[in-house]
Design a protein. Structure first.
Length: 361
């Protein structure tokens, strides 16, 4: 059954989403380094163009995960952008020749009059700060490149992408440190290659936000830092990043000690019924002694469907608020939206969907 999109409150300064998409027939569309690298290039380019921030991501062989921050869309501010400022936003996804043609198109429509110019320009303004546009164009652009690369035709992705609304950490007050949904989802995403048995330590996987951050990428570090801190400062200093990285690493190991499920072979989307496992307490204790600062190889197995299928993830108060705002759209008769996940320990987190089947993928 196809579920409706759950969008965040438009009055918020920003809303957060976990988005995931997998290939049709579980085709390995990210088999080579070239394919993964090109998808990451497009991901960063469309993030820069749209103004949507990638907090973390993971590119596996037949699917990808994104944790995205979508800032509030101010229509008046977008209309007041100069043409040059708009061209600067579009530059990451256009070739120099394409941008030159676009400038001529803008000049042509300006000559037709204000109404024609505004109508033409509005199509480009609509691409900014819009999650559906970001996901659609990212997937379409990669499909075009991939099909041309191997001489293939046809769709590449299995149905539409999944989207889960995630509570911002600043809205989850009163809980213990590190209990926010944003950090929990980020850790889940970055630990995909560990669950799949590709690497023993998430820092060793270069096609994830955490792996890229450990390698020194400033944009990736900024995204990881934002999931565990109130700061909005770009590019954390070396000292600040060291603290953020230690807290994040310690959090991942703590999460892994509580619950988990194994993933499919070599990063494939898993089938139901895979055996469960946990990080041994002795390994977690080692990371605790190190306070997260020193890397220690480990294995985490946690494939939790709530993170991909739960519609909304956050505190009970947050989930209920979203439920009451979207109850008509959902078409359900129940009076309370928040559901505590079954069979898994997620602290104070709740989900809007009550998954009746296996919580593992």
């Amino acid at each position: 059954m196809r579920h409706p999109r759950i969008l965040g409150d438009p009055s918020n300064s920003a809303n957060y989403y976990h988005c995931m998409s997998r290939s049709i027939d579980e085709r390995r569309v990210f088999e080579s380094r070239t394919e993964k690298a090109h998808f990451r290039f497009l991901l960063r380019a469309y993030a820069e163009m749209t103004g949507i921030r990638v907090l973390t991501y993971c590119i596996m062989r037949n699917h990808f995960h994104l944790l995205l921050e979508v800032p509030h869309r101010n229509e008046e501010a977008l209309r007041n952008l100069s043409d040059e400022a708009l061209f600067a936003r579009l530059k990451p996804i256009y070739t120099p020749k394409g941008l030159q043609i676009l400038r001529k198109d803008f000049a042509f429509h300006k000559a037709l009059g204000e109404s024609a110019y505004r109508k033409f320009r509005a199509k480009f303004e609509a691409r900014l700060l819009d999650l559906p546009t970001f996901m659609r164009e990212l997937k379409q652009r990669y499909t075009q490149w991939y099909n041309m690369r191997i001489g293939r035709k046809g769709p590449l992705w299995d149905d539409r992408y999944k989207s889960v609304l995630v509570e911002a950490m600043r809205e989850a007050k009163g809980g213990p440190a590190g209990s926010g949904a944003l950090q929990t989802i980020a850790a889940y995403i970055d630990l995909n290659p560990v669950r799949a048995g590709i690497v023993d330590d998430p820092k060793s996987y270069r096609w994830s936000g955490y792996g890229e951050a450990i390698a020194g990428n400033l944009i990736a570090r900024e995204g990881i830092a934002h999931t565990i801190s109130e700061t909005t400062d770009p590019f954390p200093t070396r000292t600040a990043w060291r603290d953020h990285a230690a807290r994040y690493r310690l959090f991942m190991f703590e999460e892994g000690s509580r619950s988990g499920h194994s993933d499919g072979p070599e990063g494939d989307i898993p089938r139901a019924g895979k055996p469960r496992s946990r990080i041994p307490e002795a390994r977690v204790e080692t990371v605790r002694r190190q306070r997260g600062h020193l890397p220690s190889p480990t294995v985490l197995r946690c494939r939790i469907r709530y993170f991909a299928d739960g519609l909304v993830i956050g505190s009970e108060k947050f989930v209920d608020a979203v439920f009451h705002r979207t109850q008509t759209k959902l078409g359900v008769k129940r009076q309370k939206g928040a559901r505590r996940p079954r069979d898994i320990a997620l602290g104070s987190l709740h989900s809007m969907r009550d998954l009746r089947g296996e919580v593992s993928g």
